[in-house]
Design a protein. Sequence first.
Length: 302
Amino acid sequence: MLAQLQRFITLSLIAAAVGWLLWFRSSSPMLAVTGFLLIALGYTGFLAFEFLLLRYVNKADPAPQPSWKELLCAWWGETTTAPRVFCWRQPFRSNEVPDHVVSAEAVRGRRGVVFVHGFFCNRGLWTPWLKRVQASGRAFAAVNLEPLFGSIDDYAPQIDDAVRQVTEATGLAPLLVCHSMGGLAARAWLKRMKAEAWVHHVVTIGTPHRGTWLARFGHGHNGRQMRLLSDWQAQLDHEMPANRHTLFTCWYSNCDNIVFPTSTATLPGADNRLVRGAAHVQMAFLPLVMNATLAMLDTDSA
């Protein structure tokens, strides 16, 4: 569903930009080029506004404040990363790397991975990660969370199915790697299934563990659940085992343009790791984050 929607958006923008350029190129070349650039690169202005907004909202947050240089680097990082994710991998190449969950001698006894994407994303987000895990010969599965605007609680069975497949293939509890809302979905799965023993470790990247300021503009079910300090989030930890958060490593950034204030992406008792100057989607592909996360596959405890 999401891939179809993002294909439509991408192709519509391309058609509009090229159509504008061709329509005005003879009568007004300057207008033709200006309109083309506004349509093709308009998203960069929207991103810039997000970074200005996060800087303002973060003033009262205890996390390290971003410098203007960090914000500029994060803006550029997201400007170059977002089109590759939302205009290519997710709409057109979401199944480029299929799940590898077949039980075989090559994967047996080697820990596998389950990947859980965030809001308005699909498994195509993880393509660079999937290629690395595929090359290592390990078992892995990447879910597609649907329905798109449904309750985060309803994603638990999809995660559970992926965890079971990888566990059956390897004989070991898998590592969960989650981006953004995917980390909340993993916590909902842990709560619903009481699944602490079924997972090796949970890594979240830019997850709004205590909500995000921007979610006030989200009116879907999952959008409302991600509002700052929502009742739903409070219930996630209700009657949880005392050591549940020790299962988590939380990557977060002082330049996250989607999840802010910054400290909302942390969990008390977790291994919270700050990455300075990285944007929301960009953070998922930083070598530091990828290398340290995948290294957990070779540890007895994360």
